[in-house]
Design a protein around this ligand. Structure first.
Ligand SMILES: NC(=O)c1ccc[n+]([C@@H]2O[C@H](COP(=O)([O-])OP(=O)(O)OC[C@H]3O[C@@H](n4cnc5c(N)ncnc54)[C@H](OP(=O)(O)O)[C@@H]3O)[C@@H](O)[C@H]2O)c1
Length: 243
């Protein structure tokens, strides 16, 4: 799908991959709803991006997600593309995984995107089509110690996405999953960590990608409509643990 003049919801637009994606989309002529919990940050970003609005929503709160989609629809008159990007990591060994924290991560990384999908699907169907891009993680393709909860959440998101893709084919709604690799954002700082987790970051085949690099991959995914978009080609074969 060509993004020019399309209305796009970008969740997690206040930082990192979401912010870079929102900027790129506006540059390519899209109209963007910038969504996150930090209204002040979003308003500042929106002031610098033509054709954008700032909408506050906590993506773990079902009513706030519904209101956010309604606000976008009312403001722009349509919703063509949803980018479910808001997310957070949680590092803890299985034995020490805190169940309340796991619930929170699952609410944010899986249920929030699912609810947002449920809100935009009827709108897109009525319009004759649309695109949904869900940001998973390379972690979903690996078995990394300490990352079971995050990895399980991102696998769940990929599973929902690819199932929805099959279900929505006849509605001309394309659902895609993006698997970023280590990306240089606030993600690591924001990852919830079990005490004593001193895992080194950035080890692997490359030190990390820029948010702009991933944003371009997301745009490529919207344009191509591919089912799965990998930050790097070598990730396609990545089904075993890689540190
Ligand atoms: N960076 C990586 O290495 C990497 C690798 C693979 C996948 N990913 C995925 O890429 C996505 C973007 O992450 P990032 O690297 O850009 O991280 P980031 O810099 O920490 O940004 C996370 C974004 O999510 C928003 N967010 C967090 N909790 C939220 C909530 N409850 N409700 C609404 N928004 C919320 C944050 O905004 P507020 O705090 O303003 O709400 C922020 O805009 C995530 O889904 C992450 O899992 C990242």
């Amino acid at each position: 799908m060509n993004v020019r003049d399309k209305v796009v919801i970008v969740t997690g637009a206040s930082s990192g991959i979401g912010l870079a994606t929102a900027k790129l989309l506006v540059k390519r002529g899209a109209k963007v709803a910038l969504v996150s919990r930090s209204m002040e940050k979003l308003e500042k970003i929106s002031a610098e991006l033509s054709n954008s609005i700032a909408i506050r929503a906590d993506m773990t709160k079902i009513l706030e997600i519904k209101r956010m989609v309604d606000q976008t629809h009312e403001h722009f008159g349509r919703v063509d593309i949803l980018i479910n990007n808001a997310g957070q990591g949680y590092d803890a060994p299985v034995e020490k995984t805190d169940i309340d924290t796991f619930h929170y991560i699952f609410d944010l990384d899986v249920i929030g995107p699912l609810v947002a999908m449920q809100q935009v699907i009827p709108i897109m169907r009525k319009q004759g089509g649309g695109a949904i891009i869900n940001i998973s993680s390379g972690t979903a393709l690996m078995y990394l110690p300490n990352m079971s909860a995050y990895s399980a959440s991102k696998r769940a998101l990929a599973g929902i996405s690819l199932t929805a893709r099959e279900e929505l084919k006849t509605d001309n709604i394309t659902v895609s999953v993006v698997y970023p690799y280590i990306t240089l954002t606030e993600f690591e700082k924001n990852t919830i960590k079990a005490s004593g987790d001193n895992r080194e970051q950035g080890s692997g085949p490359s030190p990390g990608d820029t948010a702009d690099y991933v944003a371009q991959k997301i745009l490529d995914g919207i344009e191509s409509g591919e089912a799965e978009i990998f930050a790097h080609d070598w990730m396609k074969k990545m089904t075993e643990r890689k540190a």
